[in-house]
Design a protein. Structure first.
Length: 147
């Protein structure tokens, strides 16, 4: 894996960042292309190109820190009414920087940000079928130690 990304440079202190939190596992800083004011990124110190490469405990830590930051955003001058978490895993999901990162996006009424999707209404049998397929795959992943 090529460990070079802008996030690796930020973590190493070779690129500027407006940091809001850091510990032994993760660093959180302001996104330089925010979709709303106060938009933060939480990144693991150890590079992982995707979720499959990310240590499970560090993955949990990303969300724990994100949860704390969401509370801080509400108490800060950002004064948001809500928060979205977003993590893109892979090109098709919209990942642009290949170092796992959690977006913590503050929300206020009329901020213009939102997910655009067309939900479907599948039959229960189709949902049950896919649930069984995913359960089987989860069992295989667990047995192989895939994560």
């Amino acid at each position: 894996m090529d460990p070079y990304t802008i996030f690796a440079e930020i973590i190493a202190g070779r690129a500027p960042a407006s940091k809001v939190y850091e510990d032994d596992d993760v660093v959180a800083f302001m996104d330089i292309r925010p979709v709303t004011p106060g938009h933060l990124l939480v990144v693991p110190r150890v590079p992982a190109r995707n979720l499959a490469e990310l240590d499970l405990e560090v993955g949990g830590k990303l969300f724990q820190v994100g949860q704390r930051l969401a509370a801080a955003l509400r108490e800060s001058e950002v004064a948001c009414d809500g928060v979205n978490f977003f993590l893109a895993d892979g090109v098709t999901a919209g990942q642009e920087v290949f170092h796992v990162h959690l977006h913590v996006i503050p929300r206020t009424p009329g901020d213009g940000f939102g997910l655009r999707a067309r939900p479907t209404s599948p039959h229960r049998a189709d949902l049950d079928y896919l649930a069984g397929s995913i359960r089987g795959a989860l069992d295989r992943v667990d047995r192989s130690g895939g994560l």
